[in-house]
Design a protein around this ligand. Structure first.
Ligand SMILES: [Zn+2]
Ligand SMILES: [Zn+2]
Length: 148
């Protein structure tokens, strides 16, 4: 990948550009991510909000309370329904992006599984990735923090 990458929704009404590499790549198995994706987990990346730009389009946001208790604004395309962005209220300087919304999702390398306590029995995880029952302990891999 290059430092600049793009992505968007299925119909193209919402597109974004990011001008730096992800700071964190993860699979989140929490219930809110299950509902957001309609699947077992969301695979995504986190980037600094300052490097993220919507161009054009404005997602519709629905705020969920994560398994951590933290609120997350989940942005999706009001036209086609694709999830495109998530904004954790506690970390306004970070933006999470579903990897499948990337123009080229093939470079995405999830590094951890988080909120595995909420995983479904039919969820299959890469046994080689570190697992966190709730949020990751380390502050810089902190997407949906379980500890207050
Ligand atoms: Zn769309
Ligand atoms: Zn989640």
């Amino acid at each position: 990948m290059t430092d600049t990458f793009r992505g968007g929704c299925a119909c193209g009404a919402i597109q974004y550009e990011c001008t730096t590499e992800p700071v964190f790549s993860f699979n989140c198995h929490c219930r809110a991510c299950q509902r957001f994706t309609g699947s077992a987990f969301i695979s995504g990346i986190a980037v600094p909000a300052t490097a993220f730009k919507l161009m054009p389009g404005e997602p519709k946001y629905y705020t969920t309370r994560g398994d951590s208790g933290g609120e997350i604004g989940r942005g999706f395309c009001a036209n086609c329904g694709s999830p495109v962005v998530a904004r954790p209220t506690r970390m306004p300087d970070m933006i999470a992006i579903p990897a499948a919304s990337l123009e080229d999702p093939s470079w995405h390398k999830p590094a951890v599984d988080v909120f595995t306590a909420s995983a479904q029995p039919w969820d299959y995880m890469n046994p080689n990735l570190p697992k966190f029952l709730h949020g990751p302990e380390s502050a810089n891999v902190n997407i949906e923090r379980s500890q207050k």
